[in-house]
Design a protein. Sequence first.
Length: 240
Amino acid sequence: MKANTILKYTLVAALASVCLVSCVSSGDNTGIEYAPNMYISQAYEPFSQEKNFDYNPNGMTMRLPVNGTVARGQSTFIYSNANTAEGYEASSSYLPWVAATKENVAEGQRLYEIYCWHCHGKSGKNDGPIFKSGKFPAPSWPNYQGDYIKNLPVGKAYHTITYGKGLMGSHAFMLDPEERWKVIHFVKSLAYGDDFEYSAVAGSSSADSLTMLADASIEGDVPSSDDENASGQVEIEIHK
């Protein structure tokens, strides 16, 4: 009986020791792994590096796209005006490719009530809960119905949403380019009220985007793969 007890405790201690040893890792040794094929890909992973992969620079498994490559569906993210005072003034001539149809304005209202009303209020009176709390000062202009917003070029509004201005931060990571224009159309509808004019025909964003890319290619102003903003879902300066 005593021998059985000793054997039992010995087996438990041995099992515990094996478990502890298997959890130890150092350097390139990950320790004992259960079913490693479940979480370590046997195929090459894009944008990873392999020690013995000499075909591409730095052992990369995927080559960099050619200069000027724009990811599918990202062509409308091209925006040439820089985040500078000069860029802000230049943006006044930047025009929307998304028409102010009733459907787009309604979608702009939906987006506005997600991302904007907390500061500017449901009707653009700058009476949202953030401004009403007094923790942040409201803009110098009183509301959307004043002359400032009515006369503000839509391109400058787009620039402000893209980069931010003053205490307002960039909303580019929240709103894609088409959504920014829809929000701007809704803001203008609040500004003009019954005098706001809707567009009867929806615009085509794809045609304008292709034109922008063609112009950039002709002018040779295409960023290299080393440019800071040449990849990802950000605005890249290739169209002037």
